[in-house]
Design a protein. Structure first.
Length: 175
């Protein structure tokens, strides 16, 4: 709970900074849908990821949800399990730097939760992990509205169960 409160305070601070951006700064809403791969070191888990981001000037807030697709085999103690990312959700504070009219670079930091499952011998075990996340990426817009987004995010799980590297490639649209 204390991590959720800290994240809410960080998002409120970033929102306040965005609201204090110069009057010439234009608010923007973007949405994206694409593919993400989570590498935990033992497994590679794929997902379909959707995001919505609001920015004003150089700062903003982004929400993200993912649904797992497929599974990967992992061997623990001589037993092979099918591992799967069930779903994932996160919220981020975002800093954005325009690199021209059609390109942006961004950095983000936030808090998320991931639900996993593993199955072997006809049984299934599920669990979830909370994580502090941070990452960088870029967007390029072909026509000012439609474009592509590529990003990297590091997930640091709270309960010392390890970390994950998440690579994403998405279609993105400015509204």
């Amino acid at each position: 709970m204390k991590y959720l409160l800290a994240t809410a305070a960080a998002v409120a601070t970033l929102t306040g900074l965005a609201a204090a951006a110069p009057a010439s700064a234009q608010s923007e809403v973007t949405g994206s849908i694409g593919w993400s791969r989570t590498d935990t070191g033992d497994t590679n888990l794929d997902a379909v990821t959707g995001r919505v981001r609001w920015t004003s000037g150089y700062f903003g807030v982004e929400g993200e949800v993912s649904g797992g697709v497929g599974s990967d085999d992992v061997t623990v103690g001589g037993t092979t399990f099918k591992a799967k990312l069930r779903d994932q959700a996160a919220i981020y504070g975002v800093g954005k730097v325009p690199m021209g009219a059609n390109a942006d670079l961004f950095a983000r930091v936030g808090y998320g939760t991931s639900k996993f499952s593993g199955s072997a011998f006809g049984g299934t075990v599920t669990g979830s992990e909370e994580s502090w996340n941070y990452g960088v990426g870029g967007e390029y817009y072909f026509d000012g509205k439609n474009g592509v987004r590529a990003d990297y995010t590091r997930e640091n799980f709270k309960n010392s169960v390890g970390d994950a590297d998440v690579w994403s490639l998405s279609y993105t649209r400015r509204f």
